[in-house]
Design a protein around this ligand. Structure first.
Ligand SMILES: [Zn+2]
Ligand SMILES: [Zn+2]
Ligand SMILES: [Zn+2]
Ligand SMILES: [Zn+2]
Length: 296
């Protein structure tokens, strides 16, 4: 009987270990297709307690291990532009930049330790959507370029959630979730569900109703600041960033652009929250196994 159980356990570990994550190019940039399918295996130690096994990251499905990939920000504007808020045109020939999915590692980083940022999902910057990041615009029938009124020629704004580092660490709970008991994890789960619901309820709109929308975005970010202090900065950045985007309000189609920009902020946060919810589920599974084992 026991050996069958062991075999089943081994089998489930193998299945868990073989799950490969794929990359997709969404409207908001490259990311993992199903962050909610992230796996992080555990195995029983000599006392029968489940411990996280050493992380061997799958080769990055986007950059195939190189750590660099095509700058999607550059792809959105003229190749003649001098600068780019994401890659700074450091690689002028190939326009490569740090891979957003593996954050330059080449292999997927340990999801217990490193997660693409909730504000920029690996870009390190919030690209200006009025000029798509080029910093310049041709207004109306003008033949000459003029500096973008929203970003004043900069093309983007450094992400304050990760301070431009593209990634975030684990949720800030005591003890850390990877070691926490079930009740602690369940509490954080309630908190993340509340935040997920706030983002889900948020309907991006442009034009006259946009400013009210910005407020609900800030509220949604703030609701998670105790679990991840960077969410406070992200709430603030949503407000200042959208304030800049509103400087494009004289341009045709600005309502649509405002709505799409807020949709991007919402979807970036949702991607991160989906991923963290998965990590909470995995941590809970481990904690419950161990609680059953120790009888606590
Ligand atoms: Zn990569
Ligand atoms: Zn670029
Ligand atoms: Zn701009
Ligand atoms: Zn960021």
């Amino acid at each position: 009987m026991r050996s069958i159980k062991t075999l089943l356990l081994l089998f489930s570990l193998l299945v868990a270990g073989s799950a490969t994550l794929t990359a997709e190019l969404s409207a908001q940039g490259p990311r993992l297709k199903h962050p909610q399918k992230t796996e992080r295996a555990t195995a029983p130690d000599e006392n029968g307690l489940h411990q996280w096994v050493e992380w061997k990251g799958q080769k990055c499905p986007l950059c195939k291990g190189v750590g660099k990939s095509k700058c999607v920000t550059c792809e959105r504007f003229s190749k003649d532009a001098k600068d780019c808020p994401e890659c700074q045109r450091k690689d002028k020939a190939k326009l490569l930049t740090t891979c957003r999915i593996c954050i330059g590692e080449g292999a997927l980083p340990d999801p217990l330790k490193v997660v693409p940022c909730a504000g920029c999902v690996g870009a390190g910057t919030w690209v200006c959507t009025v000029c798509s990041g080029s910093g310049k615009l041709k207004v109306g029938s003008a033949k000459r370029w003029s500096s973008c009124p929203a970003c004043r020629g900069k093309g983007g704004f450094t992400c304050t959630g990760c301070k431009g580092k593209r990634a975030m660490g684990p949720l800030q709970t005591k003890p850390p979730l990877s070691e926490a008991p079930p009740e602690k994890i369940l509490k954080t789960m309630q908190s993340i569900d509340k935040t997920i619901a706030l983002f889900a309820a948020f309907q991006p709109v442009g034009g006259t109703k946009a400013r009210k929308g910005v407020k609900s975005l800030t509220v949604a970010f703030d609701s998670f600041k105790k679990v991840n202090p960077a969410f406070k900065a992200l709430g603030k950045q949503s407000k200042t960033y959208m304030g800049k985007i509103f400087a494009g309000a004289n341009f045709q189609g600005h309502e649509e652009n405002e709505a799409n920009t807020m949709k991007m902020i919402k979807e970036n946060a949702e991607y991160y929250l989906k991923h963290q919810k998965r990590m909470l589920e995995l941590a809970l599974k481990r904690a419950e196994l161990n609680a059953a084992q120790t009888g606590k």
